[in-house]
Design a protein around this ligand. Structure first.
Ligand SMILES: [Fe+2]
Ligand SMILES: [Fe+2]
Length: 124
C-alpha cells in the first residue's frame, strides 16, 4: 500500500499498527488505560502525519490539497471524539472501530493518499 514516499509509508504503518493494537483491547475489562495510551499515541501521530502530508501536498502543487485536508480534519475529529469518549467511560465498540476508524483511515490511505503519488514523484 505504498504512496511513493518512504516517510509517509512509515507513518501509515505506525497508524495501522495503532489501530491493530486497539483490537485485542476491545471488550477487555480494565483495559481503559491501555486503550487511552494507544488512542493518545494515535491522536498525536495523526496530527503530525496529517500536518506533514498537507505541507508536502501544497509544496508539490497538488490541486486538491484543501479537500484532502478537510478529510484529515474530519478523521482527526473522529479520533479525538473516540479518545474523549473512552476517557468518559464509554465502551469502544468493535464494529464502530472497524467500520469508522479502520475502514475510513485505511481507505483514505489506499484511495486518497494514493492520488498524490504522481505529484510527489514529479516534485522528486
Ligand atoms: Fe496519509
Ligand atoms: Fe492523507
Amino acid at each position: 500500500m505504498s504512496v511513493g514516499s518512504e516517510v509517509f509509508d512509515g507513518h501509515h504503518k505506525i497508524i495501522i499498527d495503532c489501530l491493530n493494537a486497539l483490537h485485542p483491547l476491545l471488550g477487555k475489562p480494565g483495559a481503559k488505560e491501555e486503550l487511552l495510551t494507544i488512542l493518545a499515541r494515535l491522536e498525536q501521530f495523526v496530527l503530525l502525519h496529517f500536518g506533514e502530508e498537507e505541507r508536502a501536498l501544497r509544496q508539490a502543487g497538488y490541486p486538491d490539497w484543501r479537500a484532502h485536508k478537510d478529510q484529515h480534519d474530519q478523521m482527526y475529529d473522529v479520533v479525538f471524539n473516540l479518545k474523549t469518549g473512552v476517557e468518559k467511560g464509554q465502551n469502544l465498540e468493535a464494529e464502530y472501530l472497524h467500520e469508522i476508524i479502520y475502514g475510513w483511515l485505511v481507505k483514505h490511505i489506499l484511495v486518497e493518499d494514493k492520488k498524490y503519488e504522481p505529484y510527489l514523484a514529479a516534485k522528486g
